[in-house]
Design a protein around this ligand. Structure first.
Ligand SMILES: [Zn+2]
Length: 159
């Protein structure tokens, strides 16, 4: 006779299953259960760690690229701003030299006042459209991916 390790009742030495509590008495049966459990908890810890790593990487990546995009958008905006001012300054200079008449086409500014034709072209994510008459002009920069457009018109008024 021996004692069941689970319920402490007397059982046969050859018993592989306790008749009192139904415990499996084969060698390794109990330890297998506990080792399975520890494997599961080990894996769970690994999975949680992995999720944490992936999540923090994602957050870092999104914040990082967001800031890069924002910085790029700011750089593009100031670049476009500069182009609008350049065209405006060229137009004003043309007007001073031509009895107050503005050019009726941007082509009239090139190459004496302006080095290239920016109209109807896309620069730094902005499409530039121009309107010229001999009394006024408006150059509009519209973001190709949506957002606020900006323009400069007669007298160098930027809005
Ligand atoms: Zn038992």
């Amino acid at each position: 006779m021996k004692k069941c390790p689970a319920c402490a009742e007397e059982i046969q030495d050859e018993a592989i299953k306790c008749k009192h509590c139904g415990s499996d008495l084969r060698e390794g049966a109990k330890t297998n259960v506990s080792s399975n459990k520890s494997v599961v908890s080990k894996n769970l810890g690994l999975i949680v760690a992995l999720i944490l790593i992936v999540t923090s990487f994602l957050v870092w990546f999104l914040v990082g690229t967001g800031q890069v995009n924002l910085a790029k958008a700011r750089a593009n905006l100031s670049e476009v701003n500069l182009i609008l001012r350049t065209i405006s300054t060229a137009s004003e200079s043309y007007s001073v030299a031509n009895q107050g008449n503005y050019p009726i086409d941007i082509a009239a500014l090139i190459p004496s006042y302006l080095n290239q034709n920016y109209c109807n072209s896309t620069v730094d994510g902005y499409t530039l459209t121009c309107s010229f008459t001999n009394t006024n002009y408006t150059i509009t920069a519209t973001p190709t991916q949506g957002g606020q457009s900006l323009s400069i018109s007669t007298g160098g008024v930027l809005r």
